[in-house]
Design a protein around this ligand. Structure first.
Ligand code: SF4
Length: 411
């Protein structure tokens, strides 16, 4: 979501005539988009802000802006802590920065605010629902991004069409809980209805969505993923923990058994589906044997990808107010390592089944001197191909695999 927000702001700044530079020394405007989902993310923002201070002090004309989840409804504490920051913006609150730049550079900013979209690449993110109503006990998101607000289908379709005219081939529909899309709109359309509409846009070739909540993944959504040609068979379905008491303490609203049954249902309906997940190790009170159940879940489901994180208390959350962060840092590190090692082994096995197989790849660009793209299962694929394939859909025969990527050449 932060990446999508940054892309939208970037696109507005480009419309105002600004362009990006490679070093903060050369920039007139320095904009940080902050994440506070974990302590390590927050520390990174604080460290970067600290390193910018001398630059701003020596060049008072530079504009320094901080946006994102680090900025709550009140900014007085941040203002005291970082007095050299010109403007603080809550997530998606672009106007104050755009107006400030407009004033300083004498540009009319109005039009730029009205037409915010992602910057045109081969792939683009489109936020479809903002905020989250779930209030999982560990999570700061509902406090920073607010309650769920869905964007109307016609507005999203218009944005996807506009992006497709600028060369975008794949869109990812984004939300903290994308499966609850539409419940607050007239007529209560759901994500399945929206996927059907976006699937109709001629020059959009692929559609993805991110992130799902197991309790809101309805049969209708699963059916649409199975049926719609452009919707990729790839679902990110966070399970967070394998133990039922830990899930209850997290207020996730399902048991490990519910989760396993849901995955079975999805796999029965969409046999080629790839499933990734998010999990937290070391949540308040998680014992060694409770953590073992997280490993059991990884062994049972065999996810294509796992985003793992060690729990850290986020101020103001339910866990912060009512629970104790009592798993030692050493245990958290050990558990993270155990997850990563097991998952590396699983991904090695899953990816090796691609050897000599042909897979369809949308070429996105160049990374470390190599052409890369993704297949429908969201596997990163490096391809021996010329640069002019960027933006094309190609068939690739896979020659080698690693736990993290596939390598191949044009078929
Ligand atoms: S569903 Fe996701 S975003 Fe919402 S509170 Fe839970 S973890 Fe946070």
């Amino acid at each position: 979501m932060n990446k999508a927000d940054s892309e939208r702001l970037e696109s507005a700044l480009v419309q105002m005539g600004l362009s990006s530079v490679s070093s903060p020394d050369d920039a007139d405007v320095i904009f940080l988009n902050s994440c506070v989902v974990r302590q390590s993310a927050e520390d990174k923002v604080v460290g970067t802000l600290g390193s910018l201070k001398p630059l701003k002090v020596n060049n008072p004309g530079k504009i320094v802006a901080l946006m994102g989840c680090m900025v709550g409804p009140k900014t007085d504490v941040l203002e005291q802590r970082f007095p050299y920051v010109d403007v603080f913006l809550r997530p998606q609150q672009y106007e104050p920065l755009i107006n400030l730049i407009g004033e300083r550079l004498g540009i009319d900013a109005e039009g730029c605010i009205g037409t915010l979209t992602a910057s045109p690449n081969v792939t683009a993110y489109i936020p479809i629902i903002h905020g989250c109503d779930k209030f999982c006990t560990f999570c700061i998101i509902p406090y920073r991004r607010g309650r769920e607000i869905s964007r109307p289908i016609p507005e999203i379709v218009r944005e996807a069409e506009l992006l497709s005219h600028r060369g975008v081939k794949e869109v990812t529909l984004l939300g903290q809980n994308v499966d609850s899309y539409g419940h607050d709109l007239p007529g209560n359309p759901d994500l399945g209805d929206l996927l059907s509409e976006v699937n109709e846009i001629t020059s959009i070739q692929r559609v993805r969505f991110l992130t799902s909540h197991p309790n809101d993944m309805s049969d209708h959504i699963i059916d649409k993923v199975a049926e719609l040609e452009k919707v990729c068979e790839n679902i990110n379905l966070p399970f967070q923990a394998g133990d039922d008491q830990v899930l209850l303490d997290m207020r996730r609203g399902y048991t490990s058994d519910d989760y396993i049954r849901l995955v079975e249902k999805i796999r029965n309906r969409i046999p080629t589906v790839s499933i990734s997940t998010d999990l937290i190790v070391g949540f308040c009170g998680e014992s060694d044997s409770q953590f073992e159940k997280t490993l059991d879940m990884l062994r049972e489901i065999r996810f294509d990808k796992v985003h793992s994180a060690a729990y850290s208390t986020r101020e103001g959350t339910i866990a912060d107010r009512k629970m104790k962060d009592d798993v030692s840092d050493e245990d958290k590190r050990y558990r993270l390592r155990a997850v990563d090692e097991l998952q590396e082994q699983i991904q090695t096995e899953l990816n090796s089944s691609y050897v000599d197989v042909e897979t369809q790849v949308l070429i996105e660009g160049m990374k470390r001197g190599r052409i890369y793209g993704r297949n429908r299962s969201d596997k990163l694929v490096y391809v021996d191909a010329p640069e002019d394939t960027i933006g094309s859909m190609v068939n690739v025969t896979i020659k080698e695999t690693s736990p993290w990527s596939l390598n191949g050449s044009l078929s």
